[in-house]
Design a binder for this molecule. Sequence first.
Ligand code: HEC
Length: 185
Amino acid sequence: MKLIVSLLTALLLIGIIALGSGAYNMAATEKHWAITEKIIEWVRESSIEARAKDLEVPPLDDASALVTGAEHYDAMCVGCHLAPGRAQTELALGLYPQAPVFHKREPLTDATEILDHAREYFWVIKNGLKMTAMPAWGLSHDDDVIWAMTAFVLKISGMTPQRYEELIIGSNEGHAHEEGRHPHE
Ligand code: HEC
C-alpha cells in the first residue's frame, strides 16, 4: 500500500514537473490524441445534455423567426460556421476544434431528434463552449433571438445558396453588428 502511494506521488510529481516545464504543446495546430478527443466529446455531450434536457422548445416553424435567425446567423456565425454558397474563411480554417459546417449536415427528419437538437443547440448558442472559440451569445441576446438562431441552424442543413440569400435579403431590419458597435445601440 505504502509503495503504491509513493509510486502515485512520484508519478504525479513527474506529471506536474513535465507540464510546468512547457512540454505540453498548447498550439491549435497540434491535434489531441484520439483517446483525449473521445473523452472531451463524452464530457461535452454529457454536460450539454444534462443542462439542456428540460428546456421548453417554442414552435420552430415561425417564418419571421427564421428570417431573424438568418439575419443574425449571417452577421455573427458565418466567419466560423460558413454558409451555403459562401467561401471558406481564414478564421474557420484556423480553428481547433473546428466549427461544424451546419449546411453540410444531413437534415434531421425525426421529430424527437429535432427537439433534442433544438435544446442542445439553444444551450450551446446561449452559453458558448469553453476552450473551443464558440462564444456565449446569451450575454448580448435574449432567448427569443437565440431560439430564432436555433431554428435557423436546424433549417440550414441542405439549404441552397439561393434560399440562403433570399432569407438574408428578407431581413431588412438593420442589425448593429459592425466592428466596435454594441449590439444594443
Ligand atoms: C469564433 C468562431 C465561432 C463563432 C463566431 C460561432 N461559433 Fe458556434 N462553434 C464554434 C466552434 C469551434 C464549435 C465547436 C466546438 C466543439 O467542437 O466543441 C461551435 C459549436 C456550435 C454549436 C454546437 C454544434 C454541435 O453540433 O454540437 C452550435 C449550435 C453553434 N456553434 C452555433 C453558433 C451560432 C448560431 C453562431 C452565431 C450566432 C456561432 N455558433 C458562432 C465556433 C464559433
